[in-house]
Design a protein around this ligand. Structure first.
Ligand code: GDP
Ligand code: MG
Length: 774
């Protein structure tokens, strides 16, 4: 029990146990957080009036929308925090380990020290407006990463210099490839024991299959790390040692001199020569310049010529510039910020096809929704064209509705500044949009969509292409991965069910990877999520943000069902309802799908004679029936996948309603599925575990008992990295188990690889467990 709350200080947030049942403790905790805010001057955003003017009109060429992406614990949050500090948006340094950083603003994030929601933060650096999106590093939240990549123009990949490329970096890197996002790399933690610049660069080259451009060299490594050398300008930046103020604001930048450090100068000249050759290989314009004027003497090649060539190569994604530093020890972040402005693209340097049709009309993408108790939903938008103004109506194409936006804010983590208008290229926070959800396209009015469609059609016709529908004008949303875990959720009482429904509806708008279903048999609400942590966080948020103490059922694996042989079935439905007689006969063929990728949605084919006769309404009814029967498989009621349905014949008398047709198709499907050889499919996960050598054998022994197949064991510095495939069902609570096995030192990531058939034996065991026979 806490006694004197007025004496609490910042550090206590971590040290003191705040009992969640005790209101006094909770008040003390809130007070503590408030204190931090006051200390850090949250309430008065920097240079209000002065920066307000620049907030209204940043020239688009000076905007950088960037994301920070990395493996968990590489130092994204710490780096972001330093960026905000050096650009003077916060007055003291936050520390993830103390739980008081700006970007990890959700209570759980502060407590768990991980970044869950990507929060956008705006700040200015060297005459540039930087909109920064902190993306989460945990695999359970890859959708968040993908969603933020969608609205970025460039990204900074942060690495732990002692670990090189880790599992999650690979995933995020591939996602960034998919969205054509130009990148630069930051090798963080250069101060850490075991940090190795060379090792990290090699691992980037080999694992990410990309060409690293070394624009910096470290001065010292691990304990002796004290600064960096700019390879392009041959200057060195040295941060002062740990005396006096050690916030890293002051550092010395001076040209490298032969007399001071001959070795370093030689290394730098070598690195510069290698860089020039590398860039000349990738950029013809630069190659010509070098050959024409500097082939004799690379040394005299001006820095700005080299910089602009590096920029072109980076934007074309032919290579990635590499920088280094230590965010925690306040070294190297300012040069990194300079690099962001120098080498990453402005919004108008990215190509977005759909923009040509909107001309200067508003077109924006809603990429994130947050629920605020007072102000309702806050929607983060990226403006691609036109201007957004508060107190105006906008049209949401996806929802086909007009909404009113009351306020427009610039996001400084949990502090926001009101603005009177915002132009293309910016990221903003809107208040008042009630319908808009993540992934929706927002334009000025319905008429402007019509105009854009006409524009697009004109364009397509002149190119001899097809006509264009609204769908071509939507900014492509992100693919939502299939949830692999589910569990039931119960409200504290029947009376609070509507509150729970409301909470879940809000959470789903924020996070489309959360799915909520109603169990048709039991009437219970079911949560489906991406991982144990995902569901745990949702549970926690319902409690904190909506004040509902809910009960979760046991966490279960989302299995699937399929068939193994072709089957046929016919069914007839004959019913008199009211005056009308409904008579439907259906004949279906089912066979296993043999495509490479699994087919989650039904694959529907029509036999030739059946196809030509079907009216559109009837066809829709048939497909509805098939979709319904897909939801519950014949074995254990899990969704069906990898089945091809051929509709052989459908005969319905004119009085039959579409509902009856659907019902008959569905029944016929069930009949066919029951007849077939059935198979349960289980999610198979890619697992990557990093452990110290001494714990390796214990981890491997344990994996063998989990039906795990080990694919590779790599060495990473002093650690071993085990790459394996394991059924998800065997991985419940693995974080606790790994902690025990490795005395807390091991880490792992888990990601869906595919669905695979269970063995007969496993299937029977599962069947017995589920039906209560075991
Ligand atoms: P995130 O998960 O990528 O957001 O990483 P965090 O910023 O939360 O940092 C994870 C851990 O690494 C924290 O304990 C940080 O204090 C630590 N850390 C971050 N940057 C550095 C660094 O430059 N050097 C060292 N030695 N540790 C760092
Ligand atoms: Mg973080």
């Amino acid at each position: 029990m806490l006694r004197n709350k007025s004496k609490l200080v910042l550090r206590d947030l971590k040290r003191v146990y705040f009992d969640s049942q005790c209101s006094y403790c909770q008040k003390a905790r809130t007070l503590c957080i408030k204190k931090i805010r006051i200390q850090r001057n949250y309430s008065s955003p920097p240079g209000e009036v002065k920066s307000l003017r620049s907030i209204i009109t940043p020239p688009v060429s000076k905007i950088r929308n960037i994301g920070i992406m990395a493996h968990i614990d590489a130092g994204k949050t710490t780096t972001t925090e330093r960026m905000l500090y050096y650009s003077e948006y916060i007055r003291s340094l936050g520390d993830v380990d103390d739980g008081d950083t700006v970007t990890d603003f959700m209570a759980q994030e502060r407590e768990r020290g991980i970044t869950i929601q990507s929060a956008a933060v705006t700040f200015d650096w060297a005459g540039h407006r930087i909109n920064l999106i902190d993306t989460p590093g945990h695999v359970d939240f890859t959708l968040e990463v993908e969603r933020s990549l969608r609205v970025l123009d460039g990204a900074v990949a942060v690495f732990d210099a002692s670990a090189g490329v880790e599992a999650q970096t690979l995933t995020v890197w591939r996602q960034a490839d998919k969205h054509n996002v130009p990148r630069i790399c930051f090798l963080n933690k250069m101060d850490k024991t075991g940090a190795s610049f060379r090792y990290a660069v090699e691992s980037i080259e080999q694992k990410l299959k990309t060409k690293p451009l070394l624009l910096q060299l470290p001065v010292g490594e691990a304990k002796t790390f004290r600064g960096i050398v700019d390879v392009v300008t041959k200057e060195q930046c040295i941060w002062k040692s740990a005396t006096g103020s050690d916030d890293g604001k002051d550092f010395e930048r001076k040209p490298l001199k032969e007399a001071d450090s001959p070795d370093l100068l030689r290394d730098t000249i070598d690195a510069r020569t290698a860089l020039i050759e590398q860039v000349a290989d990738l950029d013809d314009e630069f190659a010509e310049l070098v050959l024409r004027e500097f082939s004799e003497n690379f040394d005299s090649l001006p820095a700005d010529k080299l910089q602009s060539a590096v920029r072109r190569v980076t934007l074309a994604q032919k290579a990635v510039p590499v920088f280094c530093g230590s965010a925690l020890k306040n070294k190297g972040v300012q040069p990194l910020l300079d690099a962001v402005t120098k080498y990453l693209p402005a919004p108008n340097e990215r190509n977005y096809d759909f923009l040509q049709w909107y001309k200067d009309d508003l077109c924006a993408l809603a990429f994130k929704v947050l629920h605020d108790k007072q102000r309702g939903p806050l929607v983060f938008v990226r403006i691609y064209s036109g201007t957004m103004k508060p107190q105006s109506a906008v049209y949401n194409i996806n929802k086909n509705c007009t909404e009113r936006m009351s306020r427009l804010l610039l996001p400084f983590a949990d502090q926001q500044i009101e603005i009177s208008s915002l132009t293309a290229g910016n990221i903003a926070l809107t208040v008042g949009l009630k319908q808009s959800a993540t992934g929706d396209t927002i334009v000025s009015s319905k008429a402007s969509v019509k105009a854009a469609v006409q524009e697009a059609e004109k364009d397509m016709r002149s190119n001899g292409g097809r006509t264009c529908g609204v769908e071509n004008l939507l900014l492509a949303g992100v693919e939502i991965p299939e949830p692999v875990f589910f569990c039931t959720i119960e409200p504290p009482s029947m009376a609070t069910q509507p509150d729970l429904d409301h909470a879940l509806a809000c959470l789903q708008r924020e996070d489309p990877s959360l799915k909520v279903k109603l169990d048709a048999d039991t009437g219970q609400t079911v949560l489906c999520g991406m991982g144990e942590l995902h569901i745990e966080i949702i549970h926690d948020r319902i409690k904190r943000e909506y004040g509902l103490e809910t009960y979760l059922g046991p966490l279960q694996v989302a299995y699937r069902e399929t068939i193994q042989n072709p089957v046929q079935a016919t069914d007839t439905l004959d019913r008199i309802i009211g005056e009308k007689r409904h008579h439907v006969t259906v004949e279906l063929d089912l066979r296993p799908w043999d495509g490479e990728q699994s087919a989650i949605a039904p694959v529907i084919e029509y036999a030739e004679n059946a196809c030509s006769l079907l009216q559109p309404e009837l066809r829709e009814a048939v497909e509805n029936g098939i979709h319904t029967s897909y939801l519950q498989g014949p074995l254990l009621g899990f969704p069906v996948q990898d089945v091809v349905v051929t509709v052989r014949a459908v005969a319905a008398n004119p009085d039959s309603s579409p509902t009856m047709v659907s019902a008959c198709v569905s029944r016929c499907m069930q009949k066919a599925l029951k007849k077939a050889d059935k198979q349960v499919l289980e999610p198979l996960m890619n697992l990557e575990i990093t452990v110290g050598e001494s714990h390796l054998s214990a981890v491997l022994r344990d994996l063998a008992q989990r039906r795990g197949s080990i694919q590779e064991i790599q060495s990473r510095q002093d650690n071993k990295v085990v790459i394996a495939c394991v059924p998800l069902a065997e991985m419940m609570g693995y974080s606790t188990i790994l902690r025990t096995l490795t005395s807390g030192s091991g880490t792992f990531t888990l990601e869906l690889a595919s669905y695979q058939a269970m063995s007969r034996h496993e299937q029977t065991a599962l069947f017995n467990r589920r039906t209560g026979l075991a």
